[in-house]
Design a protein around this ligand. Structure first.
Ligand SMILES: [Zn+2]
Ligand SMILES: [Zn+2]
Length: 295
């Protein structure tokens, strides 16, 4: 059997398309980044582990086959052209052969655009996936902590922009920043804990803590009591923003040991509240990453 090798091109950004032999989902990696000369690959979605050459996409294989067929059929046609003969005169029977036809065409393809581009913090591989969360195709590290941290840093950048905004816009951006912090945390923790605690919401961090306590995981490990109370209070503020137009109610006062004089007033949220919350949430995110294996 003859073997041909076909060059599979990277896309304009240097990514190579991949398809998992197990779940058949599509992703991309940037050759030259990540673990040097790593001959194997993890699927970022299902963690299937196999040699790199098991991850060709159907389109790449179809393309490679068509390139080979194109070459082989072209060669055959050329060979046949050489034996092409014209009828000669003065012979008893004269048969001419004319060779017609074209080599089989090449099936071209292009790589797809993907939603999330990640550079693995652990091994520096650059990869692209559908959705947001996944495993690194080189080192299998789950990207949930990295994605959460990047989103927290984005909130801080938006707060920086808020400094020059008009007072009403500034208030709104800070409130949005607080809500975003809780959304990022909830998205991260749900993803991280989806196997062990499939229905647990992390928008109420106090009850989430109690639930994880049962498994011996202390999510505020490293924070002191007043820092933890501060975190719980910011989550309660978000609850007011989301459900009460930011107006303080009895429930809020009870849960935060608040002052009754605040009842019926708008809750105040400062930029420092949000940036301090982010510092503490990063600690909690790292604790959850450490103790809850995303398997
Ligand atoms: Zn897979
Ligand atoms: Zn990695």
């Amino acid at each position: 059997m003859e073997t041909y090798s076909v060059d599979i091109k990277k896309d304009e950004e240097g990514y190579l398309g991949r398809e998992c032999p197990e779940c058949e989902k599509y992703f991309k990696i940037k050759p030259g980044t990540g673990i040097p000369d790593f001959a194997d690959c993890y699927c970022p979605y299902c963690k299937k582990f196999a040699p790199q050459d098991h991850f060709w996409t159907k389109q790449q294989i179809e393309y490679a086959q068509s390139v080979v067929l194109n070459k082989v059929s072209g060669d055959i046609l050329k060979m046949m052209k050489k034996v092409e003969t014209k009828p000669k005169r003065n012979q008893f029977i004269s048969i001419g052969i004319t060779v017609k036809g074209n080599p089989t065409p090449i099936t071209y393809y292009s790589e797809k655009e993907l939603e999330e581009k990640v550079e693995c913090k652990n091994c520096t591989l650059q990869y692209a996936i559908y959705g947001t969360f996944g495993y690194c195709p080189d080192c299998a590290a789950h990207n949930s902590q990295q994605i959460a941290e990047a989103n927290f840093d984005l909130i801080i950048k938006i707060l920086d922009l808020a400094k020059d905004a008009s007072p009403d816009v500034k208030v709104k951006l800070i409130e949005n920043g607080l809500e975003d912090c809780i959304s990022v945390f909830d998205g991260f923790a749900r993803e991280r804990c989806c196997k062990q605690y499939p229905k647990l919401s992390f928008q109420n961090i106090y009850s989430a803590k109690q639930k994880l306590d049962e498994s011996g995981i202390n999510i505020p490990e490293g924070l002191n009591n007043s820092e933890w109370s501060f975190v719980v209070k910011q989550f309660q503020k978000r609850h007011l923003l989301a459900h009460k137009m930011g107006v303080v109610d009895e429930d809020y006062i009870k849960k935060t040991n608040g002052d009754h004089k605040q009842l019926g007033k708008k809750v105040s949220i400062t930029e420092t509240d949000v940036t301090t919350l982010i510092i503490h949430l990063k600690v909690i995110v790292s604790n959850i990453s450490k103790h809850v294996e995303r398997s």
